[in-house]
Design a protein around this ligand. Structure first.
Ligand code: C2E
Ligand code: MG
Ligand code: MG
Length: 711
């Protein structure tokens, strides 16, 4: 029903009665109203009964007295006026509506109508008729009226009958109303007093409960489990408060514990995330992190049609430093280098460590000038790493080779851009280290060619597509005293391929040991023919790769070949490049020791280019240093390179090593080197490498030529 009231909201009633206090007040009001109502009803009932008895008593008395007064009048037949007058006595009775007097035969003799009744009655309205036979003497209620019926005179000599009709319902209603009106103020006062009492009681009894409720609400909203409710006394609410406090203490302890667990878990998560995404040594992002960042940045660049650039960095000479000074120094170097590089970058650029001594720089959000920016950053990094770095008491000289590739020419593909930068980095390494190279499509062509070569090598080894040329080495007496075996690959599919091109490919594709074994077998089997060319002592040199040193079966293979070809080890020399022993220094020492034990001599090939520490020389048991042809080639124009040659030769003398200078192309070079005290010379000035079949003529020509007149 309430729902139809204007402005009624269903939630209103609910919120009104949501508190215990308002519910108690409402219940009290309802109770008081019910009690008061019941009391009033009972009072009215009682009042009605008393009223009825009183009115009946009065009517009985009135009708009795009037009937007695009518006896003499009704006996006198001539006194009808007196009868009417007598009946007028009824006027003083407010509620008598009318009265009827009948004779002994039941005929109406006289009637009296109260003036009020007459006024209210309609004109022509008949008096209610009563069948006198149904009416018994006395007072009774008939059809809602109080009817008094009395015989006039003695029962034995009845003169007539008197019937008085008295109003009953209306006066009763008025009386009841008067009762209600008189008792209403009392009932209302009781109601107000009860409500006031209830509110006060409520206030006193429920306020601790309300406070408790407010307190729990504040805990719920703030989640502050340090709060405590104040509770004195020993009543139910205080006990409830104490229980809540105890519960809070437990929750607090549990939540502290949970917080500790959560902190530990978060810490673990952070550590795991860091481990997964960052390099533990340098704290730089690792390869995984970088690849994700690169993928996102490339996708963004592609969308925005901008470019980005990556720099692939590989430290020069890191392996050497790591091996000679130990891993701790190597680690310290990586940390220092990473810090130095970071300083050269802008905010937003990413420097990641890919592993080992490989780093990658990601230059982001480049609108234009992309290449020049990449070069600028590369130059800055190269320049900062050119200065020697102090590692404790050691001063180390490192350097960096950098490959640069951009997103557009790599088709916005993460793997391609890294591969391109890697290719460019190798290009930089090959072109002398401590420099940078930009990725260009030709580089890709070169890489393709390397792949083709790698694929063809397997078949070439199978089909023995190779041959060996020999290059003479000349002593200071002008006589040929050595030959260097140099492999040649006249490929049936690709024409003549230089060893400078296919040997690195063979090394990277794992085919070099097979090639080295093939060369060794070929040279040993050629040896009878070689030593028959001249009666003078000759030492034949064979080049070895870094991978041969790592091959655990290679020494055994050589031993078998010596026996098989019945050769003497003292007639042979192995040339090992600096990079070969720098990469595996400990293995190289052992490898060289075993070769020397067998009787072979050892030459360090291309000496001076491999960034090796000079301290290596004291640890390696070698016989000869081969000065790299790069120094020889430029010595006439470069005083600096001349000084390096002088230093190498002087060092070799002090270490009592032989020196062979390779790449001699002019008489001046020959003269200078001879003057400095090299023991052996090799180069196109004397002869180009030639097949064994031509070697006899070659040596003969050489011996006859003026070139021999060194001194
Ligand atoms: P390398 O051992 O330093 O050999 C010297 C290279 O310089 C040879 O090139 C030789 O032909 C070239 N050369 C000698 N004198 C001169 C000169 O006066 N001017 C110029 N411009 N070049 C000169 P080649 O034969 O092309 O060999 C290149 C490299 O390939 C060799 O350098 C060596 O590292 C490697 N190699 C050659 N044969 C073998 C082999 O059988 N096994 C292994 N592992 N490597 C080999
Ligand atoms: Mg050599
Ligand atoms: Mg060489």
């Amino acid at each position: 029903m309430l729902a139809f009231l204007p402005g009624f909201r269903p939630g209103l009633v609910h919120s009104m009665f949501s508190s215990i206090s308002s519910r108690i007040i409402a219940a009290t009001i309802v109770l008081v109203v019910i009690c008061s109502g019941s009391f009033l009803l009972l009072s009215m009932k009682e009042h009605e009964a008393i009223y009825k008895d009183t009115v009946i008593g009065h009517l009985e008395a009135l009708s009795g007295n009037l009937a007695e007064d009518l006896v003499p009048i009704l006996g006198d037949e001539d006194a009808p006026l007196e009868l009417a007058t007598k009946l007028l006595d009824l006027e003083v009775y407010e509620h008598v509506k009318y009265a009827l007097v009948f004779d002994d035969k039941g005929q109406l003799v006289q009637r009296y109508l109260a003036p009020a009744f007459m006024r209210e009655a309609h004109p022509g309205q008949k008096l209610p008729s009563f069948d006198l036979d149904d009416v018994s003497p006395g007072v009774q209620i008939i059809k809602g009226e109080l009817v008094a019926y009395r015989p006039i005179g003695d029962l034995a000599y009845t003169l007539g009958y008197l019937l008085i009709v008295n109003e009953y319902q209306e006066p009763l209603g008025q009386s009841n109303m008067a009762l209600v009106v008189s008792s209403l103020p009392i009932a209302l006062s009781i109601l107000v007093v009860m409500i006031a009492l209830t509110v006060t009681l409520n206030w006193h009894l429920l306020s601790p409960l309300t406070q408790l409720a407010r307190f729990t609400n504040s805990i719920d909203s703030s989640s502050n489990y340090h709060l405590r409710v104040e509770c004195q006394g020993d009543d139910e609410v205080s006990n409830l408060g104490k229980n809540i406090n105890a519960m809070l203490s437990r929750i607090e302890a549990q939540s502290d514990k949970n917080q500790e667990y959560t902190d530990a878990l978060e810490q673990q998560q952070r550590a795991l995330k860091k481990l997964a995404n960052y390099d533990t040594l340098t704290n730089l992002p690792n390869r995984k992190f970088l690849m994700e960042a690169l993928r996102i940045d490339l996708a963004r660049s592609k969308r925005k049609q901008t470019n980005l650039m990556i720099l692939f960095l590989d430290l020069d000479n890191f392996k050497g430093i790591n091996d000679s000074l130990g891993h701790e120094a190597g680690d310290a170097l990586l940390i220092r280098v990473s810090k130095l590089i970071t300083k050269q970058l802008r905010e937003g650029d990413v420097l990641a460590r890919l592993g080992g001594d490989e780093f990658l720089v990601l230059l982001n959000d480049i609108e234009d000038q992309v290449v020049s920016l990449g070069i600028k950053v590369a130059e800055r990094i190269i320049s900062v790493l050119e200065d020697p770095i102090m590692l404790g008491e050691w001063e180390v000289q490192t350097g960096v080779s950098i490959g640069i590739a951009d997103a557009i020419s790599s088709d916005y593909d993460p793997e391609t851009i890294i591969r391109n930068a890697d290719m460019a980095m190798y290009q930089a390494k090959e072109s002398g280290r401590n420099t940078y190279a930009l990725f260009q499509q030709e580089l890709q062509a070169q890489t393709m060619r390397k792949m083709v070569i790698a694929n063809s090598l397997g078949k070439a080894i199978q089909d023995s597509e190779f041959c060996v040329n020999y290059h003479v080495k000349v002593g200071l007496n002008g006589r040929v005293n050595g030959l260097e075996a140099l492999i040649r690959w006249p490929s049936s599919a690709h024409g003549m391929i230089s060893p400078a091109e296919f040997i690195p490919v063979a090394e990277h594709s794992g085919k070099i040991t097979a090639i080295s074994r093939w060369v060794l077998q070929r040279v040993f089997s050629d040896s009878a023919e070689i030593f028959a060319i001249t009666s003078e002592p000759l030492v034949v040199s064979i080049n070895l790769s870094a991978y041969d040193i790592k091959d655990p079966n290679f020494i055994e293979f050589i031993r078998d070949q010596i026996v098989m070809h019945k050769v003497s080890a003292s007639n042979f020399e192995f040339e090992i490049t600096e990079s070969a022993y720098l990469d595996n220094f400990d293995e190289a020492i052992e490898f060289i020791r075993q070769l020397r034990e067998m009787g072979f001599s050892i030459a360090l090939d291309d000496f001076g280019t491999g960034y090796s520490s000079l301290s290596y020389l004291t640890q390696l048991a070698i016989d000869t240093l081969k000065v790299d042809q790069k120094f020889v080639r430029v010595m006439e124009q470069s005083p600096r390179d001349r000084m390096i040659i002088e230093a190498i030769i002087s060092l070799a003398h002090r270490l009592e090593l032989n020196v062979c200078a390779e790449g001699v192309e002019t008489a001046q070079q020959m003269d200078f080197l001879a003057e400095q005290g090299v023991h052996q010379l090799q180069g196109y000035y004397f002869s180009k490498p030639c097949p064994l079949d031509d070697m006899a003529n070659c040596i003969m020509d050489l011996h006859r030529s003026r070139k021999l007149a060194i001194h």
